[in-house]
Design a protein around this ligand. Structure first.
Ligand SMILES: [Zn+2]
Length: 195
């Protein structure tokens, strides 16, 4: 919170203090340096957010140069330098958050799904649906296309049970490049090695 933006009355100060104490009591805060104690799930989400932010982005040459100069400067000063070395380093004794974790969402061969956030990919699916509607049947197991209801975060959601899967993996804007599949068949189709 930027200092000076919020005017804190005695009352808000008291409230802040009480809620901080509560967080300490509940074990949500370890110490000032450690900040919030995130659940495993929260950490994962934060990790994804950072992948999302950094995927495909590059620092400009100018930024890289500045970063390099700043890093070198830090290391020229022996007092500063010692802060980053060995057990003083910020990562000492810690594992990188992504160490040994599997991210099927981002793994090879699945990168096209990662583009689920990409407007182009979403638009292409919309285009297929507009021209072909919902698949009437799963072309692999013959299950009939239908609405199914499932519970999502306590709410009932209706969803058509068959989707358009891309045959070539090239996501062509061609109607015959799409195949109607139910969810289990779609998974098998996209990941034949994982069955
Ligand atoms: Zn099927």
């Amino acid at each position: 919170m930027p200092i000076g933006v919020y005017i804190r009355t005695a009352e808000t100060r008291l409230k802040t203090s009480l809620s901080m104490k509560k967080q300490w009591k509940e074990g949500k805060r370890k110490n000032r340096e450690a900040g919030w104690v995130h659940s495993e799930n929260a950490k994962r989400k934060i990790g994804f957010a950072s992948i999302r932010i950094w995927t495909g982005r590059k620092h400009t040459e100018e930024t890289k140069r500045k970063m390099s100069i700043a890093a070198k400067k830090r290391f020229e000063n022996p007092e500063e330098r010692i802060k980053y070395i060995g057990e003083n380093g910020p990562m000492f004794g810690k594992l990188p958050w992504n160490k040994d974790k599997k991210f099927p969402e981002f793994s090879e061969g699945n990168s096209s799904h990662w583009k689920g956030n990409n407007v182009g990919y979403y638009g292409l699916h919309q285009w297929v649906k507009k021209h072909l509607g919902h698949p009437r049947v799963c072309e692999h197991c013959d299950v009939a296309g239908n609405y199914e209801t499932y519970s999502k975060q306590g709410k009932l959601v209706k969803r058509w049970n068959t989707h358009w899967a891309n045959k070539s993996g090239e996501y062509k804007r061609e109607l015959n490049d799409w195949l109607g599949l139910c969810h289990p068949c779609h998974m098998k189709f996209d990941h034949p090695d994982q069955t």
